[in-house]
Ligand binder design. Sequence first.
Ligand code: GLU
Length: 501
Amino acid sequence: MADKSLIRTRFAPSPTGFVHIGNFRTALFSHLWARHNGGTSILRIEDTDQNRKVEGAIEYLLRVMKQMGVEFDEGFYLKDDGTTGERGDFGPYLQSQRLALYQKFADQLISQKQAYYCFCSEERLNDLRKEQVALKKPPMYDRHCYNLSEEQKQKLMDEFKASGKNPVIRFFIPEGQTVVKDLIYGHITYENRVLDDQVIIKSDGFPTYHLAVVVDDHHMQITHVIRGEEWIPSTPKHILIYKALGWEPTLFAHLPLILNPDKSKLSKRQGDVATEDYLKKGYLPQVLVNFVAMLGWNPKTEQEIFSMDDLVKQFDLSKVNKSGAVFDLNKLDWISSQYIRLIPDKELADLLVPYWKQNGINTDKSKIEYLTSIAGLEKERLKKLSEIGERTGYFFAAPDYNPDLLVWKKSDKEKTRRALERLSELLKTEENFSQGNLEIVIKKFIAENNFDNGSVLWPLRVALTGQEKSPGPFEVCATLALGPGKEEILMRLNRAIQKLS
Ligand code: GLU
């Protein structure tokens, strides 16, 4: 393809009401490939299965996509008022509004004898299937209706019409072989005899996926169909429909499976599979985008952190692997921590507020400089935003803890109590609670009193945090001073002294 700006990709989800992480990858790769080439990415909604329709699913999908920073150039989009709209010259972009088009091509296939009506009852099809399974044959339609005489067909058609029913339409798979030329998986040859005569129009007048996808990809001038590898077995069927209609098939790029670390297929049973679940857990959208981009794509360099712009520049279908991509949560955490540490403290504090709330911590009364300071203390340690509540509860309420925790390993209860009493005296008269000053004053105090660092700093830190592990005592103390203040610090020291008495 010489003119890359002609590249048109589409993401074609069914409106199921959630965005599987694998579907998000499909959306991202389709979008990136279009953007990388200066082409057009399209969002089309495939709602041919009316039983699976979910109210509000399109808005929902668009909101998730927008949050993730993936906005398509054409097709469905989210308007400023939160409702959905369609844009582009190839609409409607909702399959249920394109029924006449599918019917037209189904009729054309019938007149070319490349499709036929099928009147078989559910019961007959079930029996046939059972028989074939018993004989260890692949279940396939036996062309019973294809082989009826013209008279028999007419009679059945009249009967169907009289009772207000419609026969389904099946595609007639011709003899021979079909080669799928996939940009990622290479050439895959199928013997046509293993392909079933697919239903292409159902009795409710709706097309099945197979017909609709071909008609739409052709009419929307899609150049690259990018989708999960589970659609590979459908592709020869699609290619045969393209050929029967005299159309040039699109290019195909199937994306590798996403696997759990134990190499099983990523499934709900082993963890979350919805993109939204990860957002709720406090992974930033750009972190998820970065992580998902690497599920199957490998830039073949050392780089692991990619902004959306980097991805647009570097994404290349020829660097997508065909082997399964492992969904490694440790990797996700690592990428996440890399992003979090780069966020300015104040901005991070704002991002953390909803997660504090999620943990029952009300930050409404806390000054932003206090929250900013806490964010700064934690940012090198956070793997995801939702961890903030459990890590920083002590900044919002005096902690409870076992008194034994106050005693440093080389000290004892009595020494600890004495150290804290003296320290408390010192801090009562101190006015400057900046971290730098605290460090000077307290270190001097330790030296003058011949204490070990540990026997003072450990209990000070525990008295303030109640935690075995936390940021250091000077930092915590200086931060607390910005929030609840010196009174609270002294109160916590007193509580610790009482616990030791
Ligand atoms: N509607 C299909 C899905 O839900 C789209 C498959 C395709 O991209 O062709 O995944």
